[in-house]
Design a protein around this ligand. Structure first.
Ligand code: URA
Length: 243
């Protein structure tokens, strides 16, 4: 059973908030009866009509986007900036990003209209791996990198254990390239972790999400996930192992 406004949003009627307005305005019928209750729950066997038109559940779709820098990872932006959804002008389904990447971060981001899948990919209890390459200012000390690996105190709590490896150091520019793998997704986590050791991030790319990479794509390009990949991602979240 799902909330009526969620079912409407998933069917592509409108956003959840707009769907709520339609419900309150008496424009929605469930099994032939007008329903103005926002708490109403419906199942797949209930017949939902909006302004006389029966809803058909959207097919679930799954994409992998290589997000360039300078793009916001929400479905809409009130400041009119380019969003990750703008890369899919031909897609009729109401897709949205799975988790977030900062405006200035590039790399892999999944897009879907499947809320259950999105939950499996983003809830920290499923520990989906995210691998980043960070160019940072300075040359982090070994013990600081160990701190990042063990977990470091941020303002919203300790980070979970991470894997951290120095890939290269440029003594001329005093910058370093560091690979960091985390299994959670606090807001701006990687940037805040490096801020905490006073080596701020200058450039950040997400190279890997679960077992997927941007291989074969240029920045701004996307591809559909294969049925096999979708299945593997679900198994990975549910069992911690690839199927
Ligand atoms: N950590 C960050 O700081 N930024 C991102 O976009 C992703 C992880």
């Amino acid at each position: 059973m799902e909330r009526l406004q969620k079912v409407m949003a998933q069917a592509g009627v409108a956003s959840r908030r707009k769907s709520e307005e339609l419900i309150v305005a008496g424009k929605v019928k469930v099994n032939g009866v007008v329903t103005t209750e926002l708490g109403t729950r419906v199942s797949t066997t209930d017949r939902v009509e909006v302004e006389g038109v029966q809803l058909v559940k959207e097919q679930n779709v799954y994409y992998l986007l290589y997000k360039p820098k300078g793009v916001i990872s929400t479905a809409n932006d009130e400041k009119g900036r380019k969003t990750v959804v703008d890369f899919f002008p031909e897609i009729a389904e109401r897709i949205y990003p799975v988790g977030r990447l900062d405006y200035d971060t590039s790399g892999i981001i999944l897009m879907t209209n499947d809320g259950d899948f999105s939950y499996l990919m983003t809830h920290p209890k499923f520990e989906i791996k995210k691998r980043y390459i960070a160019k940072v200012k300075g040359i982090p000390r070994r013990e600081d990198l160990r701190k990042l690996e063990r977990g470091i105190e941020l303002e919203d709590g300790m980070t979970a254990p991470a894997n951290v490896k120095t890939q290269s150091v440029d003594k001329k520019t005093m910058t370093s390239i560091i690979e960091i793998t985390i299994h959670e997704g606090k807001n701006r986590q990687v940037r805040r972790m490096f801020d905490a050791i006073e080596c701020p991030v200058l450039n950040l790319k997400r190279e890997e999400f679960a077992n997927l990479t941007t291989r074969g794509l240029n920045a701004g390009e996307a591809r559909q996930l294969t049925v096999h990949e979708i299945k593997q991602l679900r198994v990975l979240a549910e069992t911690g192992k690839l199927g």
